[in-house]
Design a protein around this ligand. Structure first.
Ligand SMILES: *Cc1c(COP(=O)(O)O)cnc(C)c1O
Length: 382
């Protein structure tokens, strides 16, 4: 169906297995969709507001922030417009223009633009390069020591990508945090691809801040939502209030994400809390898919081993060969997958691409791997 404005109805989650890594863990449940629908009107969330979004009891935002801080093993939390606004708020609070921060070599662009908008330089660590692209505590130690020698001052912050969006590598966050803390550098863990999918405790990892992306990994729709969880030691510096409007947190300009997105986040939370306890099943699916593809031949998995996350990146020379002579060129792959009920890879890509197995059943995970293999075999004319 197409609405009169020309926008058509989106039926991706209803009709297909969606393997787009951006979307698999942001898919909403029926109850969340109902909650979004009923809170969709402008400023609906402000019905019972007494001036401060973070202390509202209807909807229960105050209670949610307390619960989510505990869930993440941290001491306080604020709502943000996604992981990027959480990172921006921390950089803005801890740095002066001209300062520098350190980030891993697999950092997301939003880390870099958050720093740029704060006029702060980013020194990026090396990675192990192809095919693992691993980032280790040693990479951080080397970048910190070399850059500090050259610049004469330590960095104001380290931003560590817990799981990167290119290879799905899970870093040794505790090891990296220790290297940073040994040098007096506070640590923000960017968990856009981890919290909400897998168990994460800031206390156990020893990090000072956790940035979360609710629309990516917390089954939250209805707009943008994120969380910045923090340790008590930084509460006063980051969660500080306006002088003239003392109930308004300054870093989020008073309110940040609101409306149906925050209601969706609260509605999804019981479900998210439950699902992270099944993370072992998600990892088992990813490992099974990798094994089936590698056994079949022609698929080369990128990233660290063993696979410990649902985001799988691979090089597929076999598909690239097919694309050379296929009349649809590189588009054959997305088209053939769609004919098998699977969407979510970048159309046109055959050399290297990524997908996510998050949320699939055992049968769906097997079907996905079998379909990748079938498509390769059906053009095999040797
Ligand atoms: C998706 C992603 C982000 C951006 O998250 P938003 O919530 O949209 O700001 C940041 N970092 C990484 C590693 C990501 O994958």
């Amino acid at each position: 169906m197409t609405f009169s404005c020309g926008v058509s109805e989106r039926m991706v989650e209803e009709l297909y297995l969606n393997i787009n890594p951006l979307q698999t863990a942001g898919k909403t449940h029926a109850e969340t969709r109902k909650a979004i629908f009923s809170w969709i009107d402008g400023y609906a969330v402000c019905d019972a507001c007494k001036g401060s979004l973070r202390t509202m009891d209807k909807p229960p935002i105050r209670a949610f922030l307390a619960d989510v801080s505990a869930f993440l093993g941290m001491e306080d939390a604020m709502l943000t417009n996604g992981a990027r606004e959480a990172k921006f708020a921390v950089i803005h609070s801890l740095t002066e223009p001209g300062d520098w921060i350190v980030a891993d070599g697999n950092a997301h662009y939003s880390t870099l633009v958050a720093a740029e908008r704060n006029r702060v330089d980013v020194v990026r660590t090396a990675t192990a390069g192809a095919p693992t692209y691993e980032v280790t505590p040693e990479h951080f130690a080397e970048a910190l020591d070399t850059a500090e020698d050259a610049r004469g001052t330590p960095p104001a912050l380290a931003i560590v990508t817990h799981v990167d969006g290119s290879y799905g590598n899970v870093v040794d966050a505790a090891g990296i945090a220790k290297v940073c803390h040994d040098r007096g550098v506070p640590v923000l863990l960017n968990t856009a691809y981890s919290t909400g999918r897998m168990p994460v405790s800031g206390k156990e990892l020893g990090v000072d801040f956790i940035a979360c992306s609710a629309h990516k990994s917390w089954a939250t729709g209805g707009g943008n939502a994120g969380i910045l969880a923090l340790s008590g030691a930084y509460r006063d510096r980051v969660l500080r209030y306006s002088v003239d409007n003392p109930v308004k947190p300054l870093e989020t300009l008073g309110c940040s994400t609101r409306g149906s997105a925050v209601v969706a986040l609260i509605a999804a939370f019981p479900y998210v809390r439950e699902r992270v306890s099944h993370w072992d099943r998600e990892v088992a699916h990813a490992q099974m898919i990798v094994k089936m593809l590698e056994d079949a031949g022609g698929f080369f998995i990128l990233g660290t081993r063993p696979k410990r996350h649902d985001l799988i990146a691979m090089e597929t020379p076999a598909y690239d060969e097919i694309a050379k002579t296929h009349k649809k060129r590189g588009y054959f792959l997305a088209k053939d997958l769609k004919a098998c009920g699977i969407v979510g890879i970048k159309p046109g890509r055959t050399k290297q691409f990524k997908f996510s197995s998050f949320g699939l059943t055992d049968d769906q995970a097997r079907y996905l791997a079998e379909t990748f293999i079938d498509i390769k075999d059906r053009y095999d004319t040797r």
